[in-house]
Ligand binder design. Structure first.
Ligand SMILES: CC(C)(COP(=O)(O)OP(=O)(O)OC[C@H]1O[C@@H](n2cnc3c(N)ncnc32)[C@H](O)[C@@H]1OP(=O)(O)O)[C@@H](O)C(=O)NCCC(=O)NCCS
Length: 177
């Protein structure tokens, strides 16, 4: 049993929920900052900014939100600010790719990323496996995904115009109920 005194000391909850249109500006900003911080040292600041400006603009994020084959999630702090953003896409064959998982740097190592990952898994109950693409050199993300059961199944040229760079495709089985 958890005593009331212990409960009172629990940290303020970050709530993971389905993304809505109101979250678009925050998600776009978080994604742009995260891409620049993560990928500038790997693929260069100019390429990173070009890709991010093209793919992460609010109108692109809003269009994805309206796409029935994509599911988007945010992590909301008690003050209403957005601490994380994830998006998974189902293709025509029913295969699911985790296209994005980004948390604010202040949340690194807190377990929030794992909670968001599990929210994505739960939303895809019944799907046999889930895959993702991560640019080679993003060692923190690769370590995170390995820790959560993903394995590298393929190495291929990075998508989104990051010419000359490679990506890993990682995949993990999803548990059946
Ligand atoms: C990827 C991300 C969601 C993971 O969340 P996180 O809270 O940082 O992950 P965790 O701290 O639980 O796990 C990261 C692991 O990598 C390890 N790590 C950190 N830097 C590392 C490095 N340079 N090389 C190898 N491992 C590293 C950490 O020690 C930790 O492992 P441990 O728990 O065994 O100590 C988060 O870092 C993020 O948003 N990154 C920027 C966006 C991004 O790259 N998203 C993925 C795109 S596909």
């Amino acid at each position: 049993m958890i005593a009331g005194a212990s409960l009172a000391r629990l940290p303020a909850m970050i709530r993971i929920r389905a993304m809505t249109g109101k979250d678009v500006p925050s998600a776009s900003r978080l994604l742009g900052e995260s891409w620049r911080r993560t990928y500038s040292p790997i693929i260069g600041a100019e390429t990173t900014a070009r890709i991010s400006d093209e793919y992460h603009a609010p109108h692109r994020i809003a269009a994805e939100l309206a796409d029935d084959n994509k599911m988007s999630f945010v992590a909301e702090r008690p003050d209403g600010s957005i601490a994380g953003y994830a998006m998974a896409k189902m293709d025509a064959t029913g295969d699911v790719m985790l296209e994005r998982l980004h948390i604010d740097k202040s949340e690194f190592g807190t377990g929030l990323a794992a909670d968001m990952l599990h929210a994505v898994f739960a939303a895809h109950a019944g799907i046999p496996s889930i895959a993702l693409e991560v640019i080679e050199g993003n060692d923190r993300a690769i370590a995170f995904y390995r820790k959560h059961g993903f394995e590298v199944v393929e190495r291929r040229p990075a998508s989104h115009g990051a010419e000359g760079h490679s990506s890993f495709i990682m995949r993990r089985l999803l548990p059946r109920a």
